[in-house]
Design a binder for this molecule. Structure first.
Ligand code: CDP
Length: 216
């Protein structure tokens, strides 16, 4: 059976946890493409690459020894023999990931890798910013998972365990959305993409709604 479920959404829309749960319940694989951009950022910084140097970044991403698991129950991201699963979530990475995401050659390389992973799996929930439009526009299920700015900030705060002030969080989420070239048009879904607004839904309601769409 070949079934690709493509989900896009902005920061804090809850798409990662929702998609992981959906994949788990369906028995499908799961691909977090954001983790790939984060791992690429981690690697460039570890290699001392100047992120403004487009060519240097492209070379680094080309040689990036990335291994990402597609098991929704066991998410591990490896760069070479280093487990970066936790490190790629650090603020120092979040602050700089947009620089990699807007680097054209790096993007093209990561998109090819994503298509390969999706292809190899065949039954997968893939989530990111451009999955429904660029990476897998021919996916059978295409969903834009949105949430109001308020709901996104609230969830972000919960997710980070209240270790950062609301103001800093707000700045982080909004700044990154602004920097992300792909995040600019999340208010409208592309043709054929269903919008799922989770602002007033609980986590489980959002998961159930997405699963219903898959079964439609
Ligand atoms: O933490 P959050 O859920 O906001 O983002 P993420 O899914 O971990 O992705 C991190 C960053 O990678 C985003 O802010 C984008 O800059 C970039 N990204 C992208 O450009 N395209 C994708 N398909 C996925 C992520």
């Amino acid at each position: 059976q070949r079934l690709i479920i493509a989900v896009d959404g902005p920061s804090g829309s809850g798409k990662s946890s929702v998609c992981r749960a959906v994949a788990g319940q369906l028995g499908a694989a799961y691909l977090d493409t954001g983790a790939m951009y984060r791992a690429a950022t981690w690697y460039c910084l570890a290699q001392g690459v100047d992120l403004d140097d487009e060519q240097a970044v492209a070379v680094a991403v080309e040689e990036l020894p990335l291994k990402i698991s597609t098991d929704p129950e066991h998410q591990v991201v490896m760069v070479g023999s280093t487990d970066v699963t936790g490190a790629i979530r650090e603020t120092r990475i979040s602050e700089r990931v947009s620089e990699i995401a807007t680097n054209r050659p790096a993007r093209a390389l990561l998109i090819s890798a994503q298509r390969r992973l999706i292809d190899e799996s065949g039954y997968i929930v893939a989530e990111g910013r451009d999955i429904t439009t660029v990476v897998a526009p021919d996916a059978q299920v295409r969903v834009l998972l949105t949430a109001s700015a308020e709901a996104r900030l609230r969830r972000r705060g919960l997710q980070l365990g209240g270790t950062e002030t609301a103001e800093a969080l707000k700045r982080q989420v909004i700044d990154r959305d602004t920097r992300d070239s792909t995040a600019s048009n999340f208010t409208e879904a592309a043709d054929g993409v269903a919008v799922l607004d989770s602002s007033d839904l609980t986590f489980q309601e959002t998961v159930d709604t997405l699963i219903q769409r898959v079964h439609q």
